[in-house]
Design a protein around this ligand. Structure first.
Ligand code: ADP
Length: 490
């Protein structure tokens, strides 16, 4: 037995996981591998095939070959296959959740009850959406314009480690429903559930070559895919710095991109809000150890209620246990990787050196190596690094404002524009502020709820484009206008 085939399958959390790529409907191992560790306790989980140009070329070629037949099925023909795919995810949700938690340290209960069922919904929803869509016709004096949505071809989908399974289905769902074939590059820090996704898609009857998975390091496997000449779309979720590199590759081949990037979202609380609801939701920003692009990390509070709110938030945070994400009571688990830990620590140390004061937290948590205390920093200035740049850890800042003008200046005062949260009891105020905030998603008196029919994406450095409902179809299709001369067709 060769080394490559010996390591091609392994058990993770008791679940059989292939560590090889999935290309053209079969498992393809590489001779080179990379190691995957659990952030929970540093244990070694797997040696995963590390792809490069060769695997990227094979996967794109397979996707190209599979494209015409998949596109020709039409949305109705794809619907039952994709519905079975979604059902397969539901059937294996506990296994997927267990592997995901071990792989990236996210909370098991949330994966089981939230992220993984939602992943199934992503597939199901877009299959239905594509099947029920009516395309517009526009009447002109001499012609009728028929708007057609042709699948674009091969979509390269690159996903991050903070919610790999769910975020991958977010792209796979609309891309496949629209009739594209795809090559997925999962994150090297948490690649394992994407491999399970390939198994489930296969069992559901997704034909060979329609969904391919190339594992590997971003700068190798990812770079080979985004630089490939024969691809038609790139959808990327990850950091703004990586998006700059991918954008350059896409510019060379004029490949449309969808980018969902970082954030530094304001969490705004007015004195007329339900302060307990606001406090609960602020404490919730520490979930997943703050490794959530949408998190409201800049808490902006009306001066008059700042002390009151702070007390309520503190109670909520004190009640939230830091620890093993597999245990029911845990609210905050580990950071993903020693590099992430060093990055978060660096941000906090520089902020403290620059005059910030911790209201709580500020250093490693006793529970283990990669655990960081939920942290709240005050005495921060708008121009400080910790206010301007994404930390991607359990680190929030606390600023107060006197009036709406000052609030807007602070809230909009970064280069990001992914999301914002606004807590107020006044409808007039809500709309006044909503009209002035720069954000792709604004949640009023709530957080994280998202209808898949609604647009989602980031403004400024937080992204390019919107996905969700018709916005996804716009991205994953070549839109064609067919103008037919009136009375010219029998
Ligand atoms: P993070 O900061 O969240 O780790 P990255 O933006 O580095 O995020 O990574 C998100 C995804 O992008 C991962 O799957 C990673 O492998 C991939 N990636 C990183 N660098 C590149 C690159 N140069 N080309 C294509 N993909 C990349």
């Amino acid at each position: 037995m060769t080394e490559a085939s010996r390591i091609a399958r392994t058990k993770v959390a008791g679940v059989d996981v292939s560590t090889a790529h999935w290309i053209d409907g079969r498992r393809v191992p590489s001779n080179r591998t990379f190691e995957v560790f659990s952030p929970i306790d540093g244990s070694h989980l797997a040696n995963v095939s590390a792809g490069g140009a060769e695997e990227a070329n094979a996967a794109v070629a397979a996707a190209r070959r599979a494209f015409p037949a998949w596109a020709a099925l039409g949305p109705q023909g794809r619907l039952p296959i994709l519905k079975r795919f979604a059902e397969g995810i539901v059937a294996r949700k506990d296994e997927i959740a267990a592997v995901e938690t071990l792989d990236n340290g996210s909370l098991l209960s949330r994966n089981r009850e939230g992220a993984i069922p939602r992943a199934a919904h992503n597939i199901d929803f877009f299959a239905e959406w594509a099947a029920k869509r009516q395309h517009a016709t526009i009447d002109s004096p001499t012609v009728t314009n028929h708007v057609r949505y042709d699948p674009s071809g091969v979509a390269v989908l690159i996903t991050p480690w903070n919610g790999p399974f769910m975020l991958t289905t977010w792209k796979v769902g609309p891309a496949l429903a629209a009739g594209n074939t795809v090559v997925v590059k999962p994150p090297e820090w948490a690649p394992l559930t994407c491999s399970l996704m390939a198994d489930i898609a296969h069992e559901a009857g997704v034909p060979a070559g329609v969904l391919n998975v190339v594992q590997g390091i971003g700068e190798e496997a990812g770079a080979a895919l985004v630089n490939h000449e024969e691809i038609d779309r790139i959808s990327f979720t990850g950091s703004t710095d990586t998006a700059r590199i991918i954008g350059q590759a896409a510019a060379r081949t004029i490949t449309p991109v969808s980018f969902e990037l970082g954030g530094k979202s304001p969490f705004v609380v007015f004195g007329d809000a339900d302060l307990d609801a606001a406090a609960r939701t602020i404490a919730g920003q520490y979930n997943n150890a703050g490794q959530v692009c949408l998190a409201g990390t800049r808490i902006l509070v009306e001066q008059s209620i700042a002390e009151d709110l702070l007390g309520r938030v503190r109670k909520q945070v004190d009640a939230g246990k830091v620890g093993d994400p597999r245990e029911g009571g845990t609210k905050v688990g580990p950071l993903i990787h020693p590099e992430a830990f060093a990055r978060v620590t660096g941000f906090v140390e520089r902020a403290l050196a620059d005059g910030a004061k911790p209201l709580w937290g500020g250093k490693r948590h006793d529970f283990g190596d990669l655990y960081f205390q939920p942290t709240l920093l005050t005495d921060v200035r708008q121009d400080m690094e910790v206010v301007q740049r994404e930390v991607f850890g359990p680190v929030l800042t606390w600023q107060t404002f006197a009036d709406e003008e000052e609030l807007i200046e602070m809230a909009n005062g970064t280069r990001y524009g992914l999301a914002a949260m606004l807590f107020t009891g006044s409808e007039k105020r809500a709309w006044r502020i909503a009209d002035r905030l720069v954000a792709g998603s604004l949640w009023v008196n709530c957080f994280f709820v998202r209808d898949l029919a609604a647009p989602f994406g980031g403004s400024r450095n937080s992204g390019i484009g919107r996905e969700g409902g018709d916005w996804s179809m716009d991205f994953y299709c070549d839109i064609k206008n067919v103008s037919v001369l009136k009375k010219s067709l029998a």
